[in-house]
Design a protein around this ligand. Structure first.
Ligand code: ADP
Ligand code: MG
Length: 694
């Protein structure tokens, strides 16, 4: 007996699949029937219109409907075979031809009705179509591969387009009637969303454009609503967990603030008020601190940690790269040690003996503030009095790591968590991507910052760029020259940091102190170079994107970026954010290939004319989709299949309102409609989201 096919059945039990093809399908992320039906078409061929054969011209891509007249086969000179099927309609004859497809001919009989789609070519006065998509019509005239909007799927070796299309089609037909609805009826009625079976048919085999649009709207709505609900549930969980209760601040923070060489901006003060209120609320804090590059997040984080430390707790700050961890460690040590706070830094490069010592001291509660890379999180670092974890440059971590750092706070640990990101995102998108976190935004830059001047220069004018750069160095300022790769590789026409470093340090910058920094250097070398650069004993840093995040050397005011087209806008913004931090005039030159495509140049021009990270991030998302931000797509954790929260911003906003309403009226998802949603959430996010009851 074959088992009944359900949404979560293995595809292996579907007709025509079997173990071999099931294995091939896993390469597309398809293991269950649900995965298969969630493998949405990449695009569609419009084969709704048939063209009379007599009207089809060479070069046209058409669909024709005709009757099989003759079938034949002959050898080719090269020893292969050529199959020909002639079909006719009242206006003419079309020869369909294939090479080496002997088995094909067996399917054709004269008199059959056939639809064929492809490009027309003319050979010796005959109309021909080679390797057409064809379909022999059954008496009812239903077609799958022709004569309609035809879905085109992403494929992999061992999975053919026709076979997959038929599999999806037959599976929908089989399961359609027993599909549980995932959205409550009243919500569907209010937003005029079609039912789930209809949506699946409409996305895979739309009758027409309107049908497809309705189906997509419903599925996008479902995706976005469920993501937001999942986030809201996680946030509710956080909220219910009692946190360490902190009393009023002592004098550590005020002493620090008094000693700073600058005064905090109003925006910094504002977010600090929000953070301190969380810390004193008796509930655990899970807050995202957003602030554009250079807005001064580090000092905010330090003040938050001091607030916890002065009440006897430990804190840690986690950075995505070693270089950044080292820099934070150094900055924070200088600021905090005079106040009697013990700061230690722990990265992958920390020597074994030192590491052992630091870990032991931390375990005895003798380290107040531990700074490190995420290795710190992954290892079993014992901080007996840990009260606050700060995660810097969150967008580099992605959701998986976010889950991990949150897990630290599971198991009853009432840990407060502050994550910081320089990628500003619109509110509705923030709700979607970071909806489990409360949001604070630093909305102003410290006073007196001039926007960095950005210029696009084609690479034949490289020498002039270096002249400008030299002028900065002559004035005692510092700079960066950035390359996309460390070494040159065959077949890639990219300038690389290592080779160009030789060239620059012996050529144009021979009279200056130039150093090379990239990710493959040993940790100790990296931090030594960064320390020298920060101290001003290196003038020019030739580097890869290791300097992209967080590096803070206020005397650096010139940057040259080679092959800028290789970087995303948010990444370019991060890079450019390294200069102009001290209030002086700064220049960023993008040196590009003269022959870049227009679209790419447009993107770079957009970058050159915008200094607002908000606008740039939005543009980046529009162009590339949120996959990079979400950071999980490649790992197969549910991301977005159809939705793009930015392009679908109207639906995102509707869903935000709905999610809010649902969480207000039925926070435990216990009512009838709530149960429907809970089941849908469990199906998609079961492994990630705590679903309290049930
Ligand atoms: P980011 O938000 O990009 O992490 P940082 O925290 O590295 O920014 O701060 C950027 C620079 O601005 C640092 O050199 C820091 O000392 C300085 N800074 C921070 N706050 C202020 C302020 N209120 N006024 C002037 N400079 C500030
Ligand atoms: Mg920073």
């Amino acid at each position: 007996m074959t088992p009944a096919i359900e949404w979560d059945s293995s595809v292996q039990f579907l007709k025509t699949v079997g173990p071999v093809r099931a294995r091939a399908l896993t390469r597309l992320g398809i293991e269950t029937v649900g995965d298969l039906l969630g493998h949405y078409p990449r695009r569609y061929f419009d084969r709704t219109v048939t063209t009379p054969i007599g009207q089809a011209r060479s070069g046209d891509e058409v669909t024709v409907l005709g009757e099989v007249r003759t079938c034949g086969e002959r050898r080719t000179r090269r020893g292969g075979s050529l199959q020909t099927v002639a079909i006719t309609d009242p206006t003419g004859v079309l020869f369909c031809v294939w090479f080496n497809q002997r088995y094909l001919l067996k399917q054709f009989r004269s008199g059959q009705q056939v639809m064929a789609s492809g490009v027309i070519t003319a050979h010796a006065g005959r109309r021909q179509m080679s390797h057409p998509d064809f379909e022999i019509l059954d008496p009812r005239g239903d077609t799958l591969h022709t004569g309609r909007l035809v879905p085109v799927y992403g494929l992999t070796q061992g999975v053919g387009q026709h076979w997959l299309r038929k599999l999806v089609h037959d599976t929908i037909a089989m399961i359609q009637r027993k599909l549980p609805e995932t959205l409550p009826d009243d919500l569907r009625t209010r937003h005029r969303l079609c039912g789930r079976p209809e949506a699946l048919v409409g996305i895979h085999f739309p009758r027409d454009a309107a049908h497809h649009k309705e189906a997509r709207r419903r599925l996008v709505f479902e995706e976005l609503l469920l993501v937001q609900l999942a986030m809201a549930l996680r946030r509710r969980e956080h909220r219910q967990r009692a946190g360490i209760v902190l009393s009023a601040p002592g004098d550590l923070t005020s002493r620090l603030v008094a000693d700073l060489p600058f005064t905090l901006t109003g925006a910094q003060r504002h977010v600090l008020v929000e953070i301190l209120a969380d810390l004193r609320s008796g509930q655990t804090m899970h807050r995202l601190l957003q602030g554009d590059v250079g807005s001064g997040k580090t000092i905010v984080a330090l003040i938050a940690t001091l607030f916890v430390i002065e009440q006897g707790y430990q804190a840690m700050i986690v950075a995505p790269t070693e270089v950044l961890a080292q820099q934070h460690g150094e900055t924070l040590r200088q600021l905090a040690e005079p106040l009697g706070v013990t700061v230690e830094t722990l990265t992958g490069g920390t020597r074994v003996a030192a590491r052992r010592e630091i870990l032991a001291a931390a375990g005895r509660g003798e380290v107040d503030l531990l700074v490190g890379t995420h290795a710190v999180l992954e290892e079993r670092v014992e901080l007996p009095n840990l009260g606050l974890a700060v995660v810097d440059e969150q967008h580099r971590f992605g959701v998986i790591q976010r889950g991990r750092s949150a897990r630290k706070s599971d198991g009853g640990d009432p840990l407060h968590v502050l994550v910081m990101s320089a990628t500003p995102i619109p509110r509705s998108l923030a709700l979607t991507l970071y909806g489990d976190l409360d949001l604070s935004t630093i909305e102003e830059l410290p006073a007196g910052r001039l926007p960095v001047t950005t210029e696009l220069v084609s690479d034949d004018r490289e020498q002039q760029v270096y002249q400008k750069c030299l002028a900065f160095l002559e004035r005692g300022q510092q700079g960066y020259v950035i390359y996309p790769v460390i070494e040159q590789t065959a077949g890639q026409d990219l300038k690389a940091a290592t080779a160009e470093f030789q060239h620059l340090s012996s050529g144009p910058f021979a009279h200056h102190r130039v150093a090379l920094l990239h990710g493959r250097l040993k940790a100790g070398e990296k931090s030594a170079i960064m320390a020298e650069f920060a101290a001003g004993t290196i003038d020019l840093l030739v580097a890869t994107t290791v300097v992209e995040v967080g590096i803070d050397v206020p005397n650096a005011n010139v940057m040259v970026i080679h092959h800028p087209e290789r970087f995303g806008l948010a990444q370019l913004h991060q890079l450019r954010g390294r200069i102009g931090r001290g209030g002086a005039r700064a220049i960023c030159s993008l040196v590009h290939d003269r022959l870049l495509p227009g679209q790419t140049l447009d993107r770079l021009r957009f970058f050159a004319s915008h200094s607002d990270g908000f606008a740039l991030a939005e543009e980046d998302l529009r162009r590339r989709g949120p996959g990079d931000l979400w950071g999980v797509r490649q790992h197969g954790v549910p991301g977005f299949r159809l939705a793009n929260p930015l392009r679908d911003s109207a639906i995102t906003d509707l869903c935000a309102a709905e999610a809010e309403r649902i969480m207000r009226d039925d926070p435990g998802l216990d009512s009838g409609p709530g149960k429907v949603l809970r089941a849908a959430l469990a199906e998609i996010y079961g492994r990630i989201v705590p679903l309290a009851s049930g």
